[in-house]
Ligand binder design. Structure first.
Ligand SMILES: [Zn+2]
Length: 323
């Protein structure tokens, strides 16, 4: 084996090992907690996943861990106790934080419930971003050691990815801090929510957030302004919940209204494209996904992948309808 191949194999093996390592840190907002974390559900388990799972499984978009080929994703069957979970809360604090939404039925007039649903999405996203930053830093360091990355060149693709991952994690760290303060002072009404109920079966669930502005002005790196998006079934209806800080309402309301004020199939189509463009934390019921034609599955995968690098890519294709 050539020396270069040996070096690449060493690096690849480190990457696989690093990505499979858990990031275990309780994100409880009231004090520093060092207890072991559980697989906390970001999408409610007993009410929501229960409605979507068949034989305890759902479909999720999962990136294929193959470093030899181009980036690929597949929709994979995932057990409901693994799907959308994150190791960002200990048992005690997960239950203490989210009891009001875990034991009660969703009530769209309850400010605390809506706040907690959005807060859970923020915590999961922060956990994901910190893990990505940690992993990329480690990979970057090893690449420098092996002579595969130039630490003095910020344009080096590995350096660039590691730096961006850190910046993304820091953005969300600051954002989560705002939610922490609101939680600690019971200031639930500082968040504006747009919530609608559609009388239609919901075949999927989402818990995520996105910054629709940053995607347009990338070079200026403004303060991130996020819309937290949750979509889930409640019995025979679909609930859409969009949440953002009241301080950001002037900038974000038009984006939220675009979805909320659309009607009928248009609204669900717009929502589908938003989910595929910005979110990775969503699940689809097996029954529903299996009814999709191969062409439809293909179009969904292609759009999902293409928008990872071209966030503004717009194309109209009825196959992108997820409902
Ligand atoms: Zn804890």
């Amino acid at each position: 084996m050539s020396k270069d191949k040996k070096v690449m194999n060493e690096l690849k093996s480190l990457i696989y090992t690093q990505l499979s390592k858990k990031y275990n840190k309780c994100l409880w907002p009231k004090s520093d907690c060092t207890k072991d974390c559980i697989n906390a559900h970001s999408i409610q388990n007993s009410q929501i996943l229960d409605q979507l799972a068949s034989n305890n499984h759902v479909f999720m978009a999962v990136a294929k861990q193959n470093l030899n080929t181009e980036r690929e994703i597949e929709f994979k069957k995932v057990g409901r106790n693994k799907a959308t979970t994150f190791t960002g809360l200990c048992r005690e604090h997960d239950s203490q934080l989210f009891r009001p939404i875990d034991v009660n039925k969703f009530d769209s007039s309850n400010e605390e419930q809506k706040f907690l649903i959005a807060y859970r999405s923020v915590l999961r996203e922060l956990h994901t971003r910190i893990k990505a930053a940690r992993d990329l830093q480690t990979i970057c360091q090893k690449s420098v050691e092996l002579g595969k990355c130039d630490p003095n060149n910020l344009e080096d693709p590995i350096m660039l990815r590691a730096t961006l991952a850190l910046a993304n994690a820091y953005d969300l760290y600051k954002y989560k801090y705002v939610y922490d303060k609101l939680y600690n002072s019971n200031s639930f009404t500082k968040i504006e929510h747009k919530c609608i109920r559609i009388e239609r079966n919901c075949p999927l669930a989402v818990s995520s957030l996105f910054d629709p502005i940053k995607s347009i002005i990338v070079e200026k790196r403004p303060e991130p302004k996020f819309i937290v998006i949750n979509v889930f079934p409640q019995k025979k209806d679909t609930i859409i919940l969009l949440s953002y800080l009241k301080d950001h309402q002037k900038d974000l309301r038009p984006y939220a209204n675009e979805i909320i004020n659309a009607t009928g199939e248009d609204r669900l189509y717009l929502l589908s494209k938003t989910i595929l463009r910005y979110c990775e934390n969503f699940v689809i019921s097996l029954e529903h996904f299996n009814r999709f034609s191969e062409a439809k599955k293909d179009a969904i995968k292609k759009f999902y992948l293409a928008t990872v690098t071209q966030i503004d890519l717009d194309q109209d294709d009825e196959n992108l309808m997820l409902f």
